[in-house]
Design a protein around this ligand. Sequence first.
Ligand code: CP
Length: 320
Amino acid sequence: MEKFFSVEDVDELDKVVQEALSLKANPHEHSELGKHKMLGLVFLNPSLRTRLSTQKAAINLGMDVMVMNMDKDGWALETQDGVVMNGTTVEHIREAAAVMGEYCDILGLRSFPGLKDRELDYSEDLFNKFVKFCGVPVVSLESATRHPLQSLTDLITITEHKKVQKPKVVLAWAPHIKALPQAVPNSFSEWMCKAQEQGLVEFTVAHPVGYELHEDFTKGATIVNDLDAALDGADFVYVKNWSSYRDYGKVFPVLQNWMLDNQKLKLTNDAKVMHCLPVRRDLELASEILDGPNSLVIKEASNRVWAAQVVLKRMLAKLK
Ligand code: CP
């Protein structure tokens, strides 16, 4: 595995999930694999789970880890070619990525979208340039359009907790006060669409009109604009806010109640409730659910380690 960026970087979903669960059962089984190998984690945006779980996964594999908070501690990056750098940017991505590639055997990068220029964000210009110039395998720690470590985690969590062979999984839009990226829902949706193709789940996306995701991410999904209808018979509800793709980065007032609470949960098949975190309590998701027996959010966050570990293990195996 040279790069972990999307669901396309994994062939058989069930196989990677089983490998992750095997690592969960024996976290230190491959503790020699990463000996004398360096992982560099580069953050252009904040993180709790991705930062700590990926570090823990690397340490379980015997790797050393360096973390660079590029947004706070690095030089201001220029990402465009042909720019005379007489403004605020100090270092070009060509040099910055190449230098980090000299220090590390594998790199991880987190870079959120600007949510102003859709074409630029959806071209994944920054992530692709980082991959090109660093010269070592790269793990996405969340890019402009996807969060694959989160989505692999979510599939692992669904596999662990499912009570039927092919559970009904619903991605449910939730309210928020800020404009959030589409990366988590895009990614969750593309992983669930592939899981559906491979006979692992039935997948529905529910959102208000105006919050359609790009069709590339929802191929094969049932899409509805009525939350209550979507919740009918659901085994898993994945709650997440996102801003509009169509009116890029915009947030519209939504009159109906889209926040999942215990009343709405009654419409489901006693569904387990997931969220990638961080979550705004009683805005995105009711506290009574987060504190109740149906919430999987902590178990889900815990599984971030095994998703990161299986990806790093596969990359390390290729380095040898
Ligand atoms: N879910 C997730 O990626 O969490 P962080 O942003 O805290 O890393």
